[in-house]
Design a protein around this ligand. Structure first.
Ligand SMILES: *Cc1c(COP(=O)(O)O)cnc(C)c1O
Length: 387
């Protein structure tokens, strides 16, 4: 029976009989699992039986999370990690080797940029950072040793949207793998695998967890590519803990409800900001006047709550505005229940790949509070900034 994603989030992979009828899955806070006999150990070593052995390679709480995320992302397999960066670095390293070349589209998360641009150099892995909003750019950046195209869509500072169908097809024609960070949209609003992206990664610390209380990551792909990722979990060790996996499972229960509310709040706020005389521009693909809106609705089912905007004035007004906010709290990260604000400078320092990032950009994560209260907070802070 075909079921809606909302039904699947709650029920997929659950088997109450397996855990004494427990409705909420137990936390298997355990490092290793016993063999009942020497023979069972032998059978396991010969690959005759599949059982839990050691939490770095598998654990019932973690596996339930991985099954659910794989289903949500329409992939065949998922691995959960101790952070989004764990998922990103292990996924990249599962595809490239010394001498390879990576094409990275602009605006990716700063530590991802640092890893590809700087860290991988020590393994003789080179990279080219390109705009990529016109997929033709990618064709001219391809070299004979290009192994991977890496992107985020939308990216999380300028909120640019990339053409996933076109990028995946260019990659496939040239035997190049693709990895995409789908943290902004979540699997509730976008499934890059449907368009031919090979590996989808997330920081589960954002919307998947949703409560600003856990750092975790996931990578979703097919049965073949998960093997390289599994190998990296085994060797590099970035495995998620059972308790953290349980917190993400708990957060996922309300993902659809939360995302709907993030979306409706964010659209109201983006509309308010775009009409405000002191606001110069709003970067949010959910606005109908956004240059990315048409492409966005052709590959996404909705919009989340993170956006950026620029106000008039200079450093003085920016500072006064941020300090005058009362509900929006100054903090890094995003995707939780609470509304946050961060000056763009803080997010995007020293980046060569993004040239038009104004130093006066402000990024907000719109939370689950009342939209009218949030608008009043922004309105009041704008008044104070320019008084
Ligand atoms: C936060 C974030 C990451 C990194 O995730 P962690 O869980 O903090 O390691 C990766 N990509 C994006 C878009 C992010 O916002």
């Amino acid at each position: 029976m075909k079921r809606d994603i909302k039904t699947n989030i709650e029920h997929y992979g659950e088997d109450y009989k397996r855990f004494l009828g427990a409705i909420a899955p137990p936390i298997f806070e355990v490092s290793n699992f016993a063999f009942s006999s020497y023979e069972e150990l032998e059978d396991h070593q010969k690959g005759k039986i599949d059982k839990f052995v050691y939490t770095r390679s598998g654990n019932p709480t973690i596996n339930l999370l991985e099954d659910k995320i794989a289903m949500l992302e329409k992939g065949e397999a998922c691995r959960a990690f101790s952070s989004g960066m764990g998922a990103i670095t292990s996924s990249i390293l599962s595809l490239v080797k010394s001498g390879d070349h990576i094409i990275c589209l602009r605006g990716v998360y700063a530590p991802t940029y640092d890893f590809i641009h700087n860290y991988l150099k020590r393994f003789d892995i080179s990279s080219t950072f390109i705009d990529g909003r016109d997929p033709e750019d990618i064709k001219s950046a391809i070299q004979s040793n290009t192994k991977l195209i890496y992107l985020e869509s939308p990216n999380t500072f300028l909120f640019e949207v990339f053409d996933l169908r076109a990028i995946a097809s260019i990659a496939k024609e040239n035997n190049i793998y693709t990895i995409m960070d789908n943290t902004w949209a979540t699997p509730y609003f976008q499934n890059p695998i449907e368009f031919g992206i090979d590996i989808v990664v997330h920081s589960a610390s954002k919307y998947l967890g949703g409560h600003s209380d856990v750092v975790a990551g996931v990578a979703v792909t097919n049965k073949k590519l998960i093997e390289g990722i599994n190998k990296n979990v085994h060797l590099l060790g970035g495995v998620i803990g059972p308790f953290e996996a349980w917190l993400i499972l708990r957060g996922l229960r309300s993902l659809p409800a939360r995302m709907e509310l993030h979306q409706s709040n964010a659209i109201k706020i983006a509309e308010f900001l775009s009409k405000h005389p002191r606001v110069r521009r709003v970067n949010y693909p959910g606005l109908k006047e956004s240059p990315y809106y048409q492409l966005a609705i052709s590959q996404m089912r909705g919009f989340s709550g993170l956006m950026s905007f620029e106000i008039d004035g200079g450093e003085k007004e920016l500072r006064r505005f941020i300090n005058a906010l009362q509900i929006f709290t100054i903090a890094v990260s995003w995707g939780g229940y609470e509304s946050l604000v961060i000056p763009g400078k803080h997010v995007f320092k020293d980046r060569v790949d993004v040239t038009d990032s104004s130093s006066h950009l402000i990024r907000i994560s719109v939370g689950l509070e009342d939209a009218e209260d949030l608008i009043a907070d922004l309105d009041n802070a704008l008044k104070i900034a320019f008084s």
